[in-house]
Design a protein around this ligand. Sequence first.
Ligand code: KG4
Ligand code: ZN
Length: 343
Amino acid sequence: MPVLLLALETSCDETSAALIRDGVVLGARIASQIQLHAEYGGVVPELAAREHLRNLLPTTQGALRTAGVSPHELDAVAATRGPGLPTALLVGFRAGQAIAFALRKPFIGIHHHEAHLYSPWAAGHPLRAQLDQLEPNVSLIVSGGHTLLVHVESEFRHRVLGGTIDDAAGECFDKTGKLMGLPYPAGPIIDRLAAQGDPLAFKFPRPLLHDHHDDFSFSGLKTSVRYFLRDHPDLLKNESAVRDLCASVQNAIVEVLVKKTVRAARRLRVRWVTASGGVTCNQQLRRELARACAEHQLQLRLADKSLCTDNAAMVGLLAARKLQHGPASGTLEEDILPGWPLS
Ligand code: KG4
Ligand code: ZN
């Protein structure tokens, strides 16, 4: 049955809506709150929720306009159910339920990380889901809130191999950037400055790189940058030294992510590696994953950059696929799950 679906995503600081028809993204809009939270150096949950309330309607109307469809044509509605900031999640989830109720259409709540997990299997212009091509893979999900390594055995069958025991990789980019005086979120700025820096200029630790499990830890790296800058404060006055610092910190984060991902893929004897989440925008991470995968005869699928940071298109693509496999499971009595584990 052809399905036209509206998806909403408000789990953190992006208000997003997307229209999906038969596995193709017809239109998507994202209202970013980065400027709002930059002033505070991180996401302020109550401000995020208030901004979602303000942005959700125009964002949804914009996505409907781009897709050229009217709400009455919708066959189903999807929204992120968790994990995420409770008050932020509530805005998109309840709005999705309300739209489904008003239109008497099915509603489906989606796991945010599961949406990231399958996002590398969408490609093209317009973006189209290619989940029929899914192969067993090891998937890296790296964002500001999470660093997860997942074994995907087949569609909808996955097992978490490891996660971060403290800071997420994106958080490490953002917090070390803050120590260097860079604005929030520092990840994309470090990426840009690192391109002109020397990654071997300063040596920072590679936490848990040689441990024989799939967990990550990034707070020690951040602390080591803090002490290094305390002992060498003048470096921050020198633009070239800041570029070298960015390149060296990025090099440490990327080396850990790439080596642990490839090691897990080889141990599990999968032929494919995938990566998604905001940090997957990072140029060095994309380059190094490609290099390491080629070296070990692994195939690589990186999420399209438009699907890396939080967005409703990945939520809608997964929801549409789930609806192909069975009726919508969500009820209008269902609640958000802010701490929903990926299982
Ligand atoms: O997936 P996302 O939009 O939101 C969640 O955290 O769920 O990811 C945002 C994170 C931030 O920590 C940001 O600094 C990081 O992704 N990020 C990057 C880059 N672009 C975004 N980190 C490194 N290099 C980038 N190019
Ligand atoms: Zn995310």
